[in-house]
Design a protein around this ligand. Structure first.
Ligand code: MN
Ligand code: MN
Length: 492
């Protein structure tokens, strides 16, 4: 190749890859009301996946999603993922999963956007200021169930591709979507569906994008980790039936006393987990992490006040963030079989089952944790020398997920944030669990990035959930910019 030709290619290359944010901004801003209307239409569908009676609404939501993608010329499928057995034994079909594809150019990278369009339950009488399924704009905040979790982010991803089409700009990457309707109740059927399509739908995907979380403050954020969760049942069984505490109390060794005794050995008052092996498995905090925490925008006072407690477990921002994101913790959720009604029944419950969970972080392994917890509780119980029977069972073992923040995927995210929001993002983690992230990673072997656009105060799962117009509309520009940035990652 002669020098002149070579240099002219160099000159041409940047213009081929130019991303004109102004053009996208102009287009997206001028279609803002249409995007809000689309969200209004989606929020109006009561796609509560926890209530089997609402299943037709979830089905309708999947249909509407598929239709929107079809209208844009996508290759769309509504995938049957089987049935669900309800607690009453009745069998009903699971909502279909929507898959879609825009572009199949083998020279381009392929990204797959995951999202969900089912929602948590909501009733106005729960304390909503507005009707939860009627999107209501209050000072630029769009209030409605599912607005932030996860309907607006899914729409923003769809509108980002639509903007490329409208502006007649070739998509820089092939874009696939996988949108489900059972996320809020544990993504039933999705794992199997992903496994079955490992060598088909997922085979040509380079990266998976999830926008199902939020920022930590008003500053944009990229999410690079989620905690897993191991959920346990610990059952103590004693007498063959409940007993009267006046008649029998003092002569029997009570199951509830045994249970509370062993529960109290799980964690100490200053938050230290007492189960041997757990703390030892936790990846040590690096200097890089600690420095990052120092620079993250996080209002401790606001956080404390919102929770409504006098004091948090830790007094510094760095400790609070670290213990939300990168350390395990034990939470005791309830005791089945315990007397919990109002009044003062003098009962000795014959059988009680404690429910507790341990949030998982790297490098904990749920199968190891299961053994550590079971062995430890059995040993603590043995010390009590009780004639009652203890049975420990782990019923959920969801692994943690963490990404490398220096991965080009995240570099692309930082560039897109900088371009659209004019500042660097906070690099954050989620204390909660998004099990599907780990499934995608384990089954497909592809890398994942989480690009949240939800606000820190969106009230997910709570009353008055909202999505701000700002986050929704700027988020749409940001996703369009991300598609450009991710296309710049060299193929190796
Ligand atoms: Mn969600
Ligand atoms: Mn949710």
């Amino acid at each position: 190749m002669n020098y002149l030709l070579f240099s002219s290619i160099l000159l041409l290359t940047p213009s081929l890859h130019a991303f004109n944010l102004d053009a996208f901004s102009k287009h997206i801003d001028s279609h803002q009301e249409e995007y809000v209307e689309a969200l209004r239409e989606w929020v109006a569908v009561e796609s509560d996946s926890s209530d089997a009676l609402k299943r037709p609404e979830v089905e309708k939501m999947m249909e509407i999603t598929a239709e929107k993608l079809r209208k844009m010329g996508g290759k769309v499928d509504l995938v049957d993922i089987g049935n669900q057995e309800l607690p009453n034994g009745k069998i009903i079909p699971l909502p279909k999963v929507v898959t879609a594809q825009f572009g199949n150019d083998p020279k381009k990278r392929t990204v797959c956007v995951y999202g969900h369009v089912d929602v948590q339950p909501a009733k106005q009488e729960d304390g909503w200021a507005t009707e939860p399924y009627n999107l209501t704009d209050i000072n630029g905040n769009l209030h409605g169930r599912g607005a932030s979790d996860n309907k607006a982010p899914v729409l923003a991803w769809i509108h980002a591709v639509e903007a490329y089409q409208a502006l007649n700009i070739e998509l820089p990457v092939n874009v696939k979507y996988i949108i489900e309707g059972m996320e809020e109740t544990g993504s039933n059927g999705l794992d199997a569906m992903v496994s079955q399509r490992k060598d088909t739908f997922f085979s040509d995907i380079d990266y998976i994008i999830i926008s199902d979380c939020g920022w930590l403050s008003r500053r944009p954020a990229l999410t690079y980790g989620t905690r897993g969760n191991c959920y346990f049942f610990a059952e103590v069984e004693g007498p063959k039936q409940d007993l009267h505490s006046g008649v029998y109390g003092g002569t029997v060794i009570e199951p509830m006393t045994d249970l509370i005794g062993i529960l109290d050995t799980l964690i100490n008052p200053s938050g230290r987990i007492l189960i041997p092996g757990i703390n030892e498995a936790v990846a040590p905090l690096t200097d890089e992490e600690r420095n990052m925490y120092e620079n993250i925008q996080f209002d401790m006072e606001n956080y404390r006040k919102k929770i409504g407690v006098d004091r948090l477990m830790y007094s510094t921002k760095e400790d609070v963030l670290a213990h939300r994101w990168r350390y395990p913790t034990v939470s005791i959720h309830g005791i089945e079989g315990a007397f919990s009604a109002s009044g003062s029944k003098t009962v000795i419950p014959a059988k009680v089952i404690a429910k507790f969970s341990i949030r998982q972080v790297p490098d904990m392994d749920p199968s190891v944790v299961e053994k550590q917890v079971t062995d430890y509780l059995n040993a603590m119980f043995a010390k009590r020398n009780s004639p009652n029977k203890l049975r420990v069972q782990m019923i959920i073992g969801a692994k943690p997920w963490v990404a490398d923040i220096n991965d080009p995927l995240y570099e692309a995210g930082k560039k897109a944030v900088k371009k659209v929001f004019g500042e660097d993002p906070d690099m954050i983690r989620e204390g909660g669990t998004i099990p599907v992230a780990k499934t995608f990673e384990d089954v497909t072997g592809k890398r994942i990035i989480m690009l949240p656009i939800g606000g820190f105060d969106d009230g997910l799962h709570s009353q008055n959930e909202k999505m701000s117009r700002y986050n929704y509309i700027e988020g749409t520009k940001y996703f369009a910019a991300y598609l450009h940035e991710v296309a710049q990652i060299p193929k190796v």
